[in-house]
Design a protein around this ligand. Sequence first.
Ligand code: ZN
Ligand code: ZN
Length: 139
Amino acid sequence: MKCPTCNNLMIVVEHNEIELDYCTNCQGVWFDSEELELLLESISLESLNLFLNNIINFPEAKSSEKKRRCPICGQKMRKTTIGQQPDILIDVCQQGHGMWFDSGEVGQLITQLLDKPSERADTQGRVITFLGEVFRARD
Ligand SMILES: [Zn+2]
Ligand SMILES: [Zn+2]
């Protein structure tokens, strides 16, 4: 799969049996809906559709960042934010194919986790925690 930011071919990284596509050039991560489903099954109660719909229906974030295209369907993704203080800006496919995290966003996410690791017990918080683990494991 090609990176939505720089078009480089992404590699697959695995953590706790969940696979993510990772761009070695810009360090972004693509989280595909099937993998997200596996992750949600392993950690939580909420269904994938509920989770994705939730994210897709968040207000669109104002950002000067270029719109990125979904690596699966090629349509422009929607920018939205997850997490709290600072918010993490992500790109999400409106067809529900997955989510894209820029490297800087993942960095923010890890900082956020180090600040208050166990505060977020909801589904979003768990997904964030998982991503943080993936990246700490890679350092
Ligand atoms: Zn890239
Ligand atoms: Zn898509």
